[in-house]
Each structure stands twice: as structure tokens, then as C-alpha cells.
Design a protein around this ligand. Structure first.
Ligand SMILES: O=C(O)CCC(=O)C(=O)O
Ligand SMILES: [Fe+2]
Length: 312
């Protein structure tokens, strides 16, 4: 390209190939691409990530089978009503605009019990447990790449995280008359640290970029990764937790499985001290994750309101 000519802006977040990541030169390239994606989009897709593809397919299948069960079966694990609505179990679609899809939300980890988890189909529990265990490893790998991108030791961001993951699975019925705000997961940033989204390859995740909604085209066998509020705070604003939303397709059902990595409730989160000096003062408050998340529980997924409040 001749010098001085403008490089056209990428239309969508980049797709980053993680193959050969153990080779130092490749790893540096991957770290650079991921770091740039986190600074400009807050989102990127990863391929050749090493997760077992058969396990990914089976996980999509067991969640799809669950959502296709009769209502009474799904409602047998309906999530109890608590302020903010973020208890565990099945959430029926709501007609009032916010989060109008049906979804499942559960915590998985060494210390979590099985209350509020589906018992149907029969292979659900063993499949999803194996999936989340594998995702724990992948999320650690990605946190290592993000740490290096910030110029920090590889384990820095991991040390802030717990080993429990939230898993939120959204099921969107197809619709041709998409009313404003209906049948969507409304615009929000993710309150945790890192989100890895597996989909059934039907597009509908939209990310806000320069005041426009950009719809992401899923690449088969990939994960869509996004930076959550806690990484924006830890990176002192270098990596962005970006507004996004989910919408249905006109013809096909959409299934999206979000695996969230977040700190333990008692972990104190603020900008990583190694990133701060006289010319880089902290831009975010330091507080426990439970104090941050408590506000989330009372307000729900409302835009970027929480992270804006955490700014100094
Ligand atoms: O379903 C989607 O495309 C996005 C879902 C999402 O952002 C979430 O569950 O946090
Ligand atoms: Fe989200």
C-alpha cells in the first residue's frame, strides 16, 4: 500500500488464530493482536484454541435439548426471585423489555452445588461440568495473554480470579417482527473480568463501535472473547469493557453460552499497581468484587452504568 494511504477500518472485531502459541515469536504476535483488539474493540474471536470440538458440540446439544423441553420441566428449576434477579436456575422470557430471552444461569466450580441445574437431558450435568473445566483452562490461558499484552508477568491477572465460573445460556426463538428491545439481551457491559461466548453459529451478537451496532459473524469452532468491567479496571482503562447486546435471528433459533470468569467476592480489585506511576494515576476506584457486584445485583444489566460509577 502506498505511504500515506489510509488503512480501512476493520468492519468487525478480529479473528485471532492461536495455533503454534508455544513458539515464542508466534506468541508475541498473538499477544500484540489481542492487545490491540482489547484496546479498540474489547472483543475478538479465537480459533485453534485447543478446546475439544466434540465437547463444544455436545455442550451446544445438551443446552439446546434443555430449552426444547416442555415449559413445566424448565420451570421446575425456575430461579428464585431475588433483588436484581441474578439467582441460579431457569429464567422465563420477560415481556418488559430487559432480557426478554429465556436463559439459564448457574455457577460451576469446585465448591458449587448442583441446586438449580438441569437434570434433563440425562447427559447434561456431566457434559457441562467437563465443558466448564476445560473453559477454566482456556480462560487462564487468555488471561495470561492479556497480562503479557499489558507488559505484566503472565500470571498477574489470573491471581485476581476465582475458580468458579458463571455460565449464562441464552435461547432466542426466531422472530420476524423484532420490536425494539423485545426478545433481546439488552445493551450492557459484562460485570466480571472475561467472557468466552460459544454460539450455535447463528449471528446476533452486536457490539457498539463509534456509536454504531456492529453485528459479529461467528466463525465455526471459535469463541468470541470479550473484556469485562474488572479487566477494564485492572488495566486502568487500557482494555475496554464494551457495550454489547444479543438479538434473535429471523429464521433460526440462536443459542449462546457465556462463560464468565470473575474474582472471588472478597478479592480487592483496582488498577494493577505495576501499571501506575506519577504520569499514570489510577482512573478507577479500588473495591472488593462483592461491593462492585452488589450494585450489579440491584440494578441489573443497564448499559455501562456500573463501570462509569467506578471511575474516579
Ligand atoms: O447472546 C449474545 O449474543 C450475547 C449474550 C451476552 O452478552 C451475555 O449473556 O452476557
Ligand atoms: Fe454480555
Amino acid at each position: 500500500m502506498p505511504m500515506g494511504e489510509e488503512v480501512p477500518a476493520a468492519e468487525e472485531p478480529p479473528v485471532i488464530d492461536l495455533s503454534d502459541i508455544t513458539k515464542p515469536e508466534r506468541r508475541r504476535e498473538i499477544v500484540r493482536s489481542i492487545s490491540e483488539a482489547c484496546e479498540t474493540w474489547g472483543f475478538f474471536q479465537i480459533t485453534n484454541h485447543g478446546l475439544d470440538e466434540a465437547l463444544m458440540k455436545r455442550t451446544i446439544e445438551v443446552f439446546t435439548e434443555f430449552f426444547q423441553l416442555p415449559d413445566e420441566e424448565k420451570l421446575s428449576i425456575e430461579a428464585p426471585q431475588v433483588p436484581g434477579g441474578h439467582s441460579q436456575g431457569y429464567f422465563r422470557p420477560r415481556k418488559d423489555g430487559q432480557n426478554a430471552t429465556e436463559f439459564l444461569y448457574n455457577l460451576y466450580g469446585p465448591e458449587e452445588d448442583i441446586d438449580g441445574r438441569p437434570s434433563q437431558p440425562p447427559s447434561f450435568q456431566s457434559t457441562v461440568e467437563a465443558y466448564v473445566e476445560a473453559m477454566d483452562g482456556l480462560s487462564r490461558e487468555i488471561l495470561g495473554l492479556l497480562s503479557e499484552g499489558l507488559g505484566l508477568p503472565r500470571t498477574t491477572l489470573q491471581l485476581y480470579m476465582g475458580s468458579t465460573h458463571g455460565v449464562r445460556t441464552n435461547y432466542y426463538q426466531p422472530t420476524q417482527n423484532l420490536l425494539e428491545n423485545a426478545f433481546t439481551v439488552s445493551p450492557h457491559s459484562d460485570p466480571g473480568a472475561l467472557t468466552l461466548l460459544l454460539t450455535n453459529d447463528v449471528s446476533g451478537t452486536q457490539v457498539k463501535k463509534d456509536d454504531r451496532w456492529v453485528q459479529i459473524s461467528p466463525v465455526p469452532c471459535s469463541f468470541l472473547v470479550n473484556v469485562g468491567d474488572q479487566i477494564e479496571i485492572l488495566s486502568n482503562g487500557r482494555y475496554m469493557s464494551v457495550l454489547h447486546q444479543g438479538v434473535p435471528d429471523e429464521v433460526q433459533h440462536r443459542l449462546t453460552i457465556a462463560t464468565f470468569t470473575h474474582p472471588l467476592p472478597s478479592t480487592v480489585v483496582g488498577p494493577v499497581p505495576l501499571l501506575l506511576d506519577k504520569s499514570h494515576p489510577p482512573l478507577y476506584k479500588t473495591q472488593t468484587y462483592s461491593s462492585y457486584f452488589g450494585t450489579f445485583l440491584t440494578k441489573g444489566l443497564v448499559g455501562r452504568s456500573l463501570i462509569e460509577e467506578a471511575k474516579i
